[in-house]
Design a protein around this ligand. Structure first.
Ligand code: PAZ
Length: 315
């Protein structure tokens, strides 16, 4: 009889075998190994993989149309800043084009809104944005220079899952000092590559029927096979607050993650609930401080839980 993890592995093997291979796999592996070597072996730092943004599901191999998953990347970017502040090295696995660490105070189109040209040879920052630009550039450069931040972009569900597996494999020896903080919004359904049309789907011949297959459950295999010793935090997003906590508790039991961060779409920036075997904790932004964000308090709690986990793993 097959075990649950073998069944999960079979599903994943066939998913990966039929996926278009990552274009820059060698470069990613090289960057990951150097980053982990620098942080773990020589500096003894904890390393967290923060996932951020939504994955896309292409409908055509030469993709013109795709299904997207909602996520601005704000949670992942803000959490990354807080993890770096707490002393972690962060592998930031993010959807191309979504919110970046240290850039949350910049306008949507920083190039067009932040700069001006007093003459043909000079470029200046508008005074209204000068402080935000200075902080963004300095903080990001410091994090990269101290080897605290490695940014890896993805777009499709195929890229995301292959990259997450590479990260988990590279982090295996870091054991309990590694963490997965899975804030990305990952597609539940996809069009298998082999059954996808190569060229742009033609219009004009009536409604379009597409059959979507279920994406294999990444959390199962991450916990059982890819990174069984890592501390693992998953997220649950719902729009119906009545089912949110129940769904998060179900995910906690099913995937045996260390905590599930439950959030409702419309209030996600105000509060989240951390659901774990030790009970549910509501984490809020400090509403009396205008600059406060929910991630300040959330990451403090998660870092605390991670410290306990590391201590227990060593005893
Ligand atoms: O990226 P963002 O700040 O706009 O939103 C964050 C979030 C709601 C995508 C995240 O907190 C989350 O719940 N991610 C998991 C989504 C899911 O259930 O698949």
């Amino acid at each position: 009889m097959s075990s649950i993890s073998e069944l999960g592995e079979d599903e994943f093997n066939s998913f990966f075998e039929s996926s278009p291979p990552l274009k820059n796999k060698e470069e990613i592996v090289h960057k990951l190994n150097s980053f982990i070597e620098l942080n773990s072996s020589s500096r003894g730092r904890r390393i967290v993989c923060v996932t951020s943004g939504g994955t896309t599901v292409p409908l055509e191999q030469r993709c013109v149309r795709y299904i997207d998953n909602f996520s601005s990347g704000n949670r992942g970017a803000a959490s990354t800043e807080n993890f770096v502040k707490a002393g972690y090295a962060v592998v930031f696995l993010y959807r191309s084009g979504t919110c970046q660490p240290y850039c949350r105070s910049l306008p949507d189109d920083p190039f067009l809104e932040c700069f001006q040209f007093p003459d043909n040879t000079n470029i200046q920052v508008n005074t209204s944005h000068a402080e935000a630009v200075k902080m963004a550039v300095m903080d990001q450069q410091a994090a990269v220079a101290e080897a605290r931040l490695l940014k890896l972009p993805f777009t499709t569900i195929y890229e995301y899952l292959q990259m997450l597996r590479l990260i988990a494999t590279a982090l295996k020896d870091v054991g309990p000092c590694s963490m997965f903080y899975l804030a990305a919004a990952v597609s539940d359904f996809y069009v298998p590559w082999n059954s996808m049309t190569e060229h742009k789907i033609e219009s004009g011949s009536g409604p379009l029927d597409i059959r979507l297959a279920q994406v294999p459950k990444m959390l199962s295999i991450l916990r059982t096979t890819w990174a069984p010793k890592a501390f693992c935090i998953s997220f649950k997003l719902e729009t119906d607050s009545k089912i949110l906590i129940e769904k998060a508790a179900k995910a906690l039991r099913k995937y045996k993650v260390h905590a599930v961060v439950a959030n409702e779409l419309s209030t996600r920036k105000e509060e989240v609930v951390v659901v774990s075997s030790s009970g549910n904790v509501v984490v809020r932004r400090d509403s009396d401080k205008p600059e406060s964000i929910v991630e300040d308090n959330l990451i403090r709690l998660i870092v605390d839980r991670h410290s306990t986990y590391i201590k227990e793993s060593h005893s």
